[in-house]
Design a protein around this ligand. Sequence first.
Ligand code: SF4
Length: 351
Amino acid sequence: MKATFPNFGYETLALKTFLEKLGASVVLPPANTKHTLEMGVKYSSELICLPFKITLGNFIEALNRGADTLFMAAGAKKCRFGYYHYLHEMILRKLFPRFRLYAISQYTPYQFVFEKMPQIFMVSPTRVIYALLILLAKCALIDDFKCQLRLARVLDFNQANQIEKRAIKLIESANSISQIRRTRQEIRTIFSINGKKPEIKIGLVGEIFFMIEPFANQEIEKELSRLGALVVTKRSLFRHLKHLLKIDWEFYRFSLLAYKYLKDSPGGEAIRTVGEAVSFAMSGIDGIVHIYPFTCMPENIALEALEKASEDYDVPVLSMSFDEHTSRTGFLTRLEAFVDLIKRRKRERGR
Ligand code: SF4
């Protein structure tokens, strides 16, 4: 089996290890580029959300590299993510004669461990549980690495970029619990650098694919750090997996915080987006940036809620939607203007 799945930011490394632990040989799609997006856009309907187009582009590029088995997360209750995999398969069948596509439902963990994975890989549930533990541990490591990276980027942007490359190599080769534990310590050590204190803190919230995949969000975290803002976020694959396993306790708090603004979930991560934003606002954050795909229904609803929360907590919120036509220059200009506004506001208030 030559397995593949769409790129998912740094977390791609953890998902690759998971499939390898189950015995697959993994063929990753190349890193996302303009070509990936062009491929996805070419075969997608115009108004479908950008994550669909990018992931379709990933599948096309991976199949061209020789992959024969595709894995795609599925099941999103109220949003169109639930039928991504049907559409992917329909489109890809017209382009590639032979491949298998497995849709992996996010909301049936027991079936995943005891039926689906053992059937696909012909392994025991015990082996699936072991692979899952490694996946969780590696996702936690990547979550920790990203926190270190965010701080290091504001302290010394160029040095952080150098360290990032070394850290990724270490993460790539950490494939057992003990190696993962050692790597976490090593990464913390190499990231202990000195530099100027961050001027402002910005909370980043939004749709999960955009929060995790830097190509989709035009490397917004890097750009904010370059402007002197420490980025704070509560989103990662590690937290998402904990949420699916119903052990993400913070999510219950976010749901309570969001309730005043969103009584019912419109699907996707809207509740989490609003809850996280309110939690950031309560902690005294300087500003919030909200990112989402242009046609994303749940996040467009969250946008309304965020406008109210912004007034209630007197915290500036910048909402940015993206599609394949989003101009890089326009994006950077809006970001710079927002960061300037927050810095000026902070100076004026003497905080
Ligand atoms: S959450 Fe938004 S972007 Fe993601 S699949 Fe649903 S509608 Fe599309």
